[in-house]
Ligand binder design. Structure first.
Ligand SMILES: Nc1ncnc2c1ncn2[C@@H]1O[C@H](COP(=O)(O)OP(=O)(O)O)[C@@H](O)[C@H]1O
Ligand SMILES: [Mg+2]
Length: 303
């Protein structure tokens, strides 16, 4: 299959370019942006399904404004971790603070106030197949701002769609009419609908070809920079880790065993980390990264 990816190398995402009408309509409802250091603080987390323990004593602090990569073998509980942070999986022990509020203790009403401050692209990126791209983006908008006029909803949806590098014509398309990469972008547009401060991406580049994946990575980094987002990014993709993550958290043995920059992680002596970052795929990713940075793989630090 020959997927035609939109050109999204330059994303026009400067916050001041939000049309004024849209800014007014949405700002009216939004609280002050979070100004603390750690928008997500997880302490002593335990998640279990019956006797099967996924997380035990898991701690993690996510810094404001960082793109943090979450890695770990298949089934180590990356998606379950994300689901607990956004309140879809209730932990049996521990606390999870989001924007300084313990969401495990909060009443459902209070959680609502936090919930419109994050956006989520779920694994698989499921869009509603019977809705157009614009209608998909409008789902969270209608939920949180039921009084917005149809005209304003369409205007905001169009803005979000274009923000993710899709052509404006994509707004009226159905998911089945889009390539894999375009679907991911549409999912991202929906995740950005409510101007979130926190963005959760679960395996966003899975299933994309390497070029499509690299473009999606660039888009994520650019949106994070220009919109000042904190990004919680679950990925298998070593290229993604090298290209856009400020820090990486490693899930193994039911907890976060290490968190840091890639050079810091390379110092960590844990069998999974050593194998992951020193295997053949890691060497290829390091070489690509070094080439992009102009480092000679034979004489530079790259292995
Ligand atoms: N709703 C559920 N009920 C029972 N087991 C689950 C449920 N969700 C996830 N699990 C199990 O928890 C473990 C972690 O799952 P998941 O977080 O999806 O892994 P991954 O790291 O691949 O994202 C897996 O063994 C999975 O089978
Ligand atoms: Mg998963």
């Amino acid at each position: 299959m020959n997927e035609t990816e939109p050109q999204a190398d330059k994303v026009d995402a400067a916050p001041q370019e939000v049309p004024e009408e849209i800014a007014q309509a949405t700002n009216e409802y939004s609280p002050e942006p979070y100004s603390g250091e750690f928008p997500i603080v997880i302490s002593g987390l335990r998640n279990a399904f019956g006797d099967f323990v996924v997380h035990e004593n898991l701690d993690l602090k996510v810094r404001r404004g960082e793109v943090i990569g979450i890695v770990g073998g298949s089934g180590t509980g990356k998606s379950v971790l994300m689901r607990s942070i956004i309140g879809l999986q209730f932990p049996s022990e521990g606390t999870i603070e989001v924007f300084g509020q313990d969401i495990t203790a909060a009443e459902p009403d209070e959680v609502i106030g936090v919930r419109d401050r994050w956006g989520v692209l779920f694994q698989g990126g499921a869009l509603f197949s019977t809705l157009t791209v614009a209608e998909n983006v409008e789902v969270p908008l209608k939920q949180y701002y039921p009084e917005l006029s149809k005209q304003l909803l369409d205007e905001i949806a169009r803005y979000k769609v274009v923000l993710t590098g899709l052509p404006e014509s994509a707004t009226s398309k159905y998911p089945s009419e889009l390539s894999g990469g375009m679907k991911k972008r549409a999912g991202l547009a929906r995740a950005l609908a409510l101007d979130p401060e926190l963005l959760f991406l679960d395996e966003p580049t899975a299933g994309l070809d390497p070029i499509g994946a690299a473009k999606f990575d660039d888009l994520t980094r650019e949106l994070a920079n220009t919109l000042g987002l904190t990004v919680f990014l679950i990925t298998h993709d070593l290229d993604t880790l090298y290209a856009i993550c400020d820090r990486v958290a490693v899930l193994a043995d039911k907890k976060v065993i290490a968190v840091g920059t890639i050079p810091e992680l390379l110092e960590t002596q844990h069998p999974w980390i050593e194998e992951y970052f020193n295997g053949p795929r890691a060497r290829a990713a390091t070489a690509t990264h070094n080439r992009a940075k102009g480092i000679d793989n034979n004489t530079g630090g790259g292995s």
